[in-house]
Write a protein that binds this ligand. Structure first.
Ligand code: LFR
Length: 487
């Protein structure tokens, strides 16, 4: 029987990794080849990604992948966080450093945009929730800059890495759908929005879809990585969340919601068509594109970023002990709105959480464990709200919640989410983005069937999953929800 080894490059906001997935009939095994930190850099001009450092990590990772696989790498796929991009000049060279989506340059830009295209119209045309960092707002913020004036091409982060590996240009559509320049009904550019805002869609190379061929590793890349020619690059769901949703191990026919957890929590549903109602807009739900023309109907919740930033402020104490103490701390003593853009920027997170508790008239957490409990309770509550809202707005009942991504390893978060939702939670796989990346490549190379449900069954059969049943009465959660809504 045929098997293949696929390299998945998965770049997250705090680390990047290259994984090797081996796929064959009824088998799917993932191994980590290389992991490296992703450290944003604060320059006088603002917060920037160290994209050359990331690319060096990718090359190291591909070399390690060759060794890990011990066989030929059948193909490479690349996914990363969304919305950010690099600009190329007329010679095809990168202009400056890609701006980090947490940079402050988009402050006040939305109001300017809405004066030309009213927010309600923007929502029906693009289906995206309001987030200050959507590429559309970033591009309007950049208007008039020397860099944008010199730019001939705009490449989203995975497309930029792919371009350096292959010399070929493209714009992968799941990630393009996070720019707020795509019409989710057609999967094509929302040209009238772009025109009215003076955004040049000609900067974007042609769209490609998950599964499309995206070139071959260049000779210098082969030399750097020691891989054997030819190594094709295959487009995957290059938005990490699209890859993660593709790897939700739902059972056939199951009515499921998902939460992709990591730096963010992305909580919602997989739908066949976008929900563009006014109620959906005011509830701040997004319609991003997924695999095979599906819609990822979800809300962005600040996620474990809140905890990561606290840990950084506390000098990185041991997480296991802290979570155990948080588990013993009093439940639902105080909660903050974990979907609030208030928490977007880095820095002073414990103080900002304390402030949010104080200004909403709740007890201020006194210890690290109490702050941690406040964060996890708040996340669970935000998960509950997002899933209930999504189910109502899309008229799509939910019987089970799948938690995938790094947070699937956080037992307390998973249990609290089950309690808050009043639904069973199935946790895992933690490396969902890499698995979705691998599976889409394997499918394009004929090693798994076309059917998304079959891919999910393969995941459910091969990946370790943990089930959490909802505990106790969830009136306490309902009360906490009301408390938050009243403020
Ligand atoms: C998660 C993610 C989210 C996106 C955010 C910013 O890694 O891709 O889906 O909203 O990062 O790009």
């Amino acid at each position: 029987a045929r098997t293949g080894a696929f390299a998945a490059v998965d770049l997250g906001a705090s680390s990047g990794r290259v994984m090797v997935g081996r796929v064959g009939p009824g088998t799917l095994a993932l191994a980590e080849a290389h992991r490296f930190p992703n450290r944003p850099v604060r320059l006088p001009e603002g917060l920037r990604w160290d994209v050359l450092g990331l690319y060096a990590g990718v090359l190291d990772g591909l070399r390690a992948a060759g060794a890990t696989a011990g066989e030929r790498i059948a193909s490479v796929g690349i996914d990363s966080w969304a919305v950010d991009y690099g600009l190329l000049d007329a010679d095809g060279a990168l202009l400056g450093h890609p701006v980090h989506y947490r940079d402050g340059r988009t402050e006040g830009v939305a109001e300017k945009v809405w004066a030309s295209v009213p927010a309600a119209e923007l929502y029906t045309a693009t289906g995206l929730q309001y987030a200050p960092f959507n590429t559309l707002y970033q591009l309007v913020a950049a208007q008039g800059s020397a860099q944008l004036a010199a730019a001939r091409r705009l490449l989203l982060i995975p497309d930029l890495i792919s371009y350096w590996l292959t010399g070929e240009l493209g714009t992968e559509v799941t990630n393009a759908s996070t720019t707020q320049l795509i019409d989710p009904r057609t999967g094509d550019w929302a040209s009238s929005v772009a025109e009215r805002l003076g955004i040049d869609l000609g900067l974007f190379p042609p769209l490609r879809r998950p599964g499309d061929p995206a070139g071959q590793l260049l000779p210098e890349v082969l030399e750097e990585t020691g891989l054997t020619d030819p190594v094709p690059v295959t487009a995957v769901g290059s938005h990490d969340t699209a890859s993660a949703v593709a790897a939700v191990p739902a059972a056939p026919g199951e009515r499921f919601a998902y939460i992709c957890t990591g730096t963010w929590s992305l909580a919602g549903l997989e739908l066949d068509a976008p929900v563009l109602s006014e109620a959906s807009r005011t509830a701040n739900f997004t319609n991003e594109l997924g695999l095979d023309g599906t819609v990822r109907y979800l809300r962005n919740i600040m996620g474990l970023w809140l905890l990561q930033e606290c840990l950084r402020a506390w000098g990185d104490p041991e997480l296991g002990a802290l979570l155990r103490e948080a588990g013993d701390a009093a439940p639902l003593r105080s909660v903050v709105d974990a979907a609030d853009a208030l928490f977007l920027a880095p820095g002073r997170m414990p103080e900002r959480i304390a402030e949010a508790c104080r200004t909403t008239g709740q007890p201020v957490p006194r210890t690290r464990a109490e702050t941690t409990r406040c964060i996890l309770d708040s996340l669970a509550l935000a998960h509950r709200r997002a899933i209930a809202d999504a189910a109502r707005l899309a008229d799509h009942p939910v019987d089970v919640v799948h938690i995938v991504g790094g947070g699937a390893r956080n037992a307390l978060l998973c249990q609290l989410t089950a309690d808050a939702c009043g639904l069973p939670v199935v946790a895992g796989p933690a490396e969902a983005a890499a698995l979705g990346n691998v599976l889409v490549q394997a499918r394009a190379h004929g090693l798994v069937g076309d059917d998304r449900a079959a891919m999910r069954e393969l995941l459910a059969r091969t990946q370790p999953l943990t089930r959490y049943e909802p505990r106790g009465d969830h009136t306490a959660w309902r009360a906490a929800e009301r408390r938050l809504a009243e403020r």
